[in-house]
Design a protein around this ligand. Structure first.
Ligand code: AHM
Ligand code: MG
Length: 315
């Protein structure tokens, strides 16, 4: 029998509550995957003409993916608000302001790969609201540490579209089967190998890295015999790191002293998945999941990978 995303309902303490939202993520993923495949024919490649809150050029596909994701979260009826990389403010879902959950999302991560038909992804996490259900949800509901996350995951738009997720009871990978329009379980209980694999980082920044990171990386890659791979899309680099081992990092540097990647919708969801896959997720100071968020678009340095590889870089 085909095992689909419905399997999530039987997992862990929060599986049944998370299942409808995961199904919504799955529907958004199918639509975004189709959008990506057909973008060139629909004139949907290229810049949208605006900037997001980080001052980055928005691509048309960033904007369209954001709309799709928000629409599918609305359709679940379980989500009261969405915090997105593409939206400066928290987006309240007016039809369901009393719903129990909020979703944090980077709808189209790695969008600089779009011009070269390279892999991109979606990253998300789900938290329970803190404000009472008869109040309007606000940004304070999003400022929860990774220890309070109920579920998280990512979608990888590669040769196949994969949804990798966790409800806090291990990590499973589902691959989209276009023959029956379903995500079918393809990777059970994903665990990162604790030796070997690759280091993955934008090494062109190494002269600006802080805390002796360039020397530490040379040492770790020699002692642990790591190869090197860098796709430049966090989802694809993380996915390879979980499957092959090693470490993905985006350290602080002299221009970006708090790193580049965003805490709430990049670092925390990926940290949650990495810990659930038996790996380590660290900022260089504390575990990623222990950081108490202060703002929706806050950034942190990240080191995600096998224990030895991460330890060699942060100690
Ligand atoms: P984005 O969310 O604007 O696409 O930026 C995040 C991406 C990550 O996917 C990737 O790890 C990183 O930026 C790559 O940055 P760089 O081009 O500096 O190596
Ligand atoms: Mg991103």
């Amino acid at each position: 029998m085909t095992v689909t995303l419905n399997r999530i309902a039987q997992e862990g303490e929060h599986g049944s509550a998370m299942m409808p939202i995961m199904q919504g993520v799955g529907r958004a993923a199918i639509e975004i995957a189709y959008l990506l495949r057909s973008a060139v024919f629909r004139g949907a490649l290229g810049a949208a003409g605006g900037q997001n809150v980080q001052g980055e050029q928005q691509q048309k596909l960033d904007v369209l993916s954001d709309e799709i994701f928000l629409d599918e979260m609305r359709s679940t009826g379980h989500v009261c608000a969405v915090g997105s990389e593409e939206q400066e403010e928290l987006l309240v879902i007016e039809e369901y302001t009393s719903a129990p959950y909020l979703v944090l999302v980077d709808p189209l991560d790695g969008s600089s790969n779009l011009d070269v038909d390279g892999p991109v992804g979606t990253i998300f996490s789900i938290v329970k609201r803190k404000t009472p259900s008869d109040q309007r949800p606000d940004v304070s509901d999003t400022l929860q540490s990774g220890r309070e996350v109920l579920a998280a995951g990512y979608v990888l738009y590669g040769p196949a579209t994969m949804l990798v997720c966790s409800v806090g009871a291990g990590v499973s990978g589902y691959t989209y089967n276009a023959n029956n329009a379903r995500f079918e379980v393809s990777h059970l209980d994903m665990k990162i190998p604790q030796s070997g694999g690759y280091y993955s980082v934008n090494e062109s920044n190494s002269a600006q890295w802080l805390h002796g990171m360039a020397d530490k990386l040379v040492s770790v890659r020699h002692t642990q015999k790591l190869g090197m791979r860098y796709i430049g899309a966090m989802v694809a680099d993380m996915h390879r790191t979980i499957i092959k081992g090693g470490v993905f990092l985006y350290p602080a540097d002299s221009t970006n002293v708090t790193g580049k990647l965003r805490l709430l919708y990049e670092a925390i969801p990926m940290g949650f998945i990495m810990e659930q896959a038996g790996g380590k997720a660290h900022t260089g100071e504390i575990p990623v999941l222990d950081v108490q968020p202060e703002a929706l678009h806050q950034r942190v340095p990240v080191y995600l990978g096998a224990h030895n590889a991460v330890d060699g870089l942060i100690n």
